[in-house]
Design a binder for this molecule. Structure first.
Ligand code: 13P
Length: 328
């Protein structure tokens, strides 16, 4: 159940009561500057819109890594990995980070680090189920947003996503939607483990047409989180969806997927691969080893540096698999 509950319409309608997008007048600050940047105007934000990155990726047959970040060290690690590989990159702020670190705070880490990075980077709001949160994300400087209506009936998912797409577009920001339902536990542990429901090709086509999303995350057997069994993607279904819709596809649940399946998914039209759980594991494993070492009694930085290094190494390996190295 989405936080706050209520109907889909109640959750996504513009609280001003006016037409969707009218509330955009309230989107001052970051989002307005973001809009100028995304439309090729003045560049005050160091971030780029995700749509350009994803369209270029799809056209050239690679995928951009979309890495969820939870601490400043993880932000730095993802940028370091992208810079080492010369890759465009997306950094994602998800529901766990929003609850613990804060949306504005996480966005600020990313924007500050992006300001001294030569690689094109976008900041993505992941798995939002709330209109207000999307508005906050646009204000905070996100250059990509995802509305997740996958727990809603199809028609409600379409209506809710379409409203968020109009809101995001009014701020010059692209939007992602999910059709079907990706299984497993997302980065929000308060959510129940989700039962997967695969997207049909017909639904995928209608969803893109009726919502105007810029990218589509279809459920094709992918699963959030890590488990003992590697998920089996329905690559045939993914390929047909990829041929049927013009927008880039997004593969959620990148953690633990083998390289062969990832490469096949990219060949089928996936232009963005989301990775979260395995980065958190890498961070914590390295941190655990480091803090138990002899030299860290009163200085947190060496241990955090080890955790950062582990995340950067893993992100680099993933970037290589996605084929985005050298595409910055
Ligand atoms: P993993 O946690 O399986 O990498 O999935 C991340 C994801 O899809 C976030 O949207």
């Amino acid at each position: 159940m989405a936080p706050g509950g209520g109907s889909a319409a109640a959750r996504v309608s513009d609280p001003s009561g006016g037409p969707v997008g009218a509330g955009i007048g309230r989107l001052t600050g970051q989002a307005a500057r973001c809009s100028g940047r995304l439309q090729g105007g003045w560049a005050l934000l160091p971030l780029v819109g995700a749509d350009g990155l994803l369209r270029a990726a799809r056209a050239a047959g690679y995928a951009v890594g979309a890495f969820s970040v939870h601490t400043p060290e993880m932000v730095d690690a993802v940028f370091a990995a992208a810079e080492a590989r010369g890759a465009p990159v997306l950094l994602q702020v998800g529901q766990r980070a929003i609850r613990h670190a804060g949306l504005q705070e996480t966005a600020s880490w990313v924007i500050a680090r992006a300001a001294r990075s030569p690689v094109p980077a976008a900041l993505h709001l992941d798995h939002s189920r709330s209109w207000d949160q999307v508005v906050r994300a646009l204000r905070a400087g996100c250059t990509s947003v995802m509305f997740d209506g996958s727990d809603l009936p199809f028609a409600d998912n379409v209506a809710a996503t379409a409203a968020v797409v109009r809101l995001a577009h009014a701020a010059g920001v692209p939007a992602e939607g999910e059709v079907g339902r990706v299984g497993g536990v997302e980065d929000d542990p308060s959510e129940d483990a989700l039962a997967a429901r695969l997207a049909s090709v017909e639904q995928a086509v209608r969803f893109v047409q009726d919502t105007g999303v810029d990218s589509l995350a279809p459920a094709v057997g992918n699963v959030h989180g890590l488990s003992d069994r590697i998920p089996r993607l329905d690559l045939g279904r993914l390929r047909v969806i990829g041929e049927a819709v013009a927008v880039p596809l997004v593969l959620h649940g990148g953690s633990g997927l083998d390289e062969a399946q990832i490469r096949a998914a990219v060949a089928a039209g996936v232009a963005k691969v989301n990775v979260d759980t395995e980065l958190r594991h890498a961070f914590l494993s390295a941190l655990r080893v480091a803090v138990n070492g002899p030299d860290h009694a009163d200085d947190p930085y060496p241990a955090l540096a080890e955790a950062r290094r582990a995340v950067a190494e893993l992100a680099q390996r993933r970037i290589d698999t996605f084929g985005s190295a050298g595409r910055a």
